[in-house]
Design a binder for this molecule. Sequence first.
Ligand SMILES: [Zn+2]
Length: 541
Amino acid sequence: MPMNYKHILLLFLILFQTYTYAQSVWSDSLILAPERSQFQKTSTYVDVIGFLEAIKKQSNNVFIFSMGKSLEGKDIPVAVLANPQIKTAEEAKASKKAVIYIQGNIHAGEVEGKEALMMLMREILLVDKNHLLDNLIILFVPIYNTDANDKMAKGLRPSQEDSPPETGERENSQGYDLNRDGMKMDALETRSLFQNVINPWDPQIFVDLHTTNGTWHAYPLTWAPSYHSAGEYEPFEYSYYKMLPSITLAVHEKYDLKFGVYGDYELNEGWPPKNFYTYNHHPRYLVNQFGFRNRMAILSESFAHNRFYERINSTYVFMAEILEFANKNSNEIMDINKNAEEASIQNVLKNAGKVKKGVQYKMVPLNKLNGFITYEYLTVLDSNGLKKHYRTGKIVKYDSIDYHAKFIATKESTLPRGYIIPAEFTTVIENLKLHGIQLEELKKNQSFTGETFLIDSLVNSKNSFQKHSVAKLYGNFKPQTKSFKNGDYKVDMAQPLSNLIFYLLEPQSDDGLAYWNFFDVYIKNKTIKGKTIEFPVFKYF
Ligand SMILES: [Zn+2]
């Protein structure tokens, strides 16, 4: 029987059905733990590794490597998404594409980033978002805090209202909060991240995925850029005034979700709220540390009181739109970051010894928030005449709220041309190298002219913070010419990380190495009652 048009149509239908069937049936290994469990469970470490192994078999656009091991010996997997596939930082650099880094699970009770990253990997590698690899090389780290993820228990995230019932712990196995470790680098994870990912791959944008601790604003997700303090202004300006508002608008238009700026209000200031406060400027927070690296960064905080599946969705759409924006504007982003790097070097070359920069900061209002949405509170007086607040289920809108997200210097110090570090300070030298800072060993005895900080007193905090009794130094700088030995280290500030070097090495920096006790033993051994001693790191002009 000759084929007529009916036969041909039938053949097409069969072929088409086979095709769509192949497209819509997923391999079982790509279904995530929350999807399998009606959102009662989050993925374990083994689940994540299983997912990565499975997706690797189905796409040529992914390569997986380990950034390093946790204390329990678990590899921390990094998925490199690139078209064509890329395996090394050198290949990434040669491609001239922008590298974007996104990590989940830094706090292992805040698990939606981990799930959303794997969902987005499926979309990019197997469904309809492969175009994001046109101009980007994307590094996904779904499970940064590996050990803590599996220490699952009930009640570790009270604000998340048992959704999912069990989550991991906040701190890593050494007991550190990985998002307070950006300067001191005590944690194995931080060291691996910087040595094996950040320094070699040099991402243009760093994204850190969290869930809020509980303020009842009514945004499904809030965000913050890398805040501006002693770094360059332009990457902050671009992130805060252009990139993040554009992404927020796109999320609203495409997904009908309204995202806002990150913060908390304080009920003891009365109702309705007049102030909304972000978190601090300190570069111990990884997102802020990136500002000092002349790169952009984004803090993502899904709303704790939404259900788990809603938080995953908010995080997913935010990341999807960050990547859409970065893919469209990759050249502009790279130019702004490169210019910031150049500006920081030029500032050292032109202004060393002449200008001052902040080493301590305080938070002040940046702008007014209009149309701010929050759950409403009712205020009553209790029998003692004290104000008590009851939250209603109603969402209300307020205008003209002061958003506290600007940081102004409360103490400044002169920008040097460089620093000299005596060779005996091995932990300081090791820390600077971990940050990717270039050091030069003196080849002969040499003298330098600049300033020495004379310490009047060192005061340690009474309470332990991140296993440190953090230190504050009091004293003054005086001009000096000082000799150093062959083998001591010189840190020339005319290098890309000059702003970071300044904040690490200034003796009165509120997040520097002196603050984190790197010099306590030396200072305490030298101190004779009532006598000033010299801070060992010297600033030369
Ligand atoms: Zn967090």
